[in-house]
Write a protein that binds this ligand. Structure first.
Ligand code: NI
Length: 265
């Protein structure tokens, strides 16, 4: 799978569970916009063969190199940012992992149960949509999500793009995240309000917003059926660093709030 095929497969899987992304994309297209993807994000557990180290190896096979790393202490996460050094048009990748040892015993036991028998290593094709876990019961899911919304999400959604991101700099008819938000609100899309609709300022070099994740029906291992959060769409406007280069990294404070786009409602 080359880089182009990877992103086509990712998008096709993503819009299956995130119909709002497809319709927002169409809304931009109707305005004559050619939507450019700033980045996609993935989530995983810190399990050997499925962790950030494995992600780094996998992403290298399609030209990506890690260029920054981040920690999110209150969410028990660490993350790395990846880009293609010789192709500034390639979407960046933000890959995070849950640090299991920072969770309580009960949550760790549920993760152990959900991931038991996980064999081999994560593959590129897994990232385009695979659920390799054992489904939790509804009670296990609630308990796990109470300890970590991220873990609850991952235990039900498995591997796929958690979000795509519209590159606001590349839009012709909208000049800012504020204008994008105005358009989305006119069309009744729900936005992540954590810390305010707009995350970051031009001084942070990255201004972002995101929708609230779509919902999908999930059947738990005990037969319980409930709606769960799937994935969301993000919007990113980047600003120049003091050296005149467009900032390519991520801002932990923004990302910390954006993670909550998949919290249960
Ligand atoms: Ni993002």
């Amino acid at each position: 799978m080359n880089r182009t095929e990877f992103f086509v497969a990712l998008w096709n899987q993503y819009i299956q569970v995130t119909p709002q992304a497809d319709s927002i994309h169409a809304l931009f297209n109707e305005r004559g916009e050619d939507v450019i993807n700033d980045h996609v994000a993935f989530r995983t557990f810190d399990i050997k063969g499925f962790d950030l180290d494995r992600a780094t190896e996998l992403l290298a096979t399609i030209g990506y190199e890690a260029f920054d790393s981040y920690t999110f202490p209150d969410k028990h996460l660490r993350a790395k940012a990846y880009r293609v050094p010789d192709d500034s048009n390639a979407p960046k990748i933000f890959f995070s992992e849950l640090i299991r040892s920072e969770l309580g015993e009960e949550a760790q036991a549920i993760i152990n149960k959900v991931t038991r028998g996980l064999e081999g290593e994560l593959t590129l094709s897994d990232l385009t949509g695979r659920y390799p876990f054992h489904k939790p019961t509804f009670d296990e899911y609630q308990s796990l999500a109470n300890a970590s919304e991220y873990a609850g999400w991952l235990s039900t959604m498995g591997y796929q793009a958690n979000h795509f991101t519209v590159n606001v700099n590349a839009l012709q008819t909208l000049e800012s995240v504020e204008e994008v938000i105005e358009l989305l609100l006119e069309h009744q899309y729900q936005l992540n309000e954590v810390g305010g609709r707009i995350k970051g300022t031009p001084a942070d070099l990255l201004v972002q917003a995101s929708t609230i994740a779509d919902q999908m029906t999930f059947e738990f291992s005990d037969g319980a059926v409930s709606d769960i959060p799937s994935c969301f769409y993000e919007f990113a406007h980047r600003f120049n660093e003091s050296n005149g280069q467009l900032f390519q990294g991520f801002v932990p404070n923004n990302a910390n709030a954006i993670f909550e786009s998949t919290d249960r409602r």
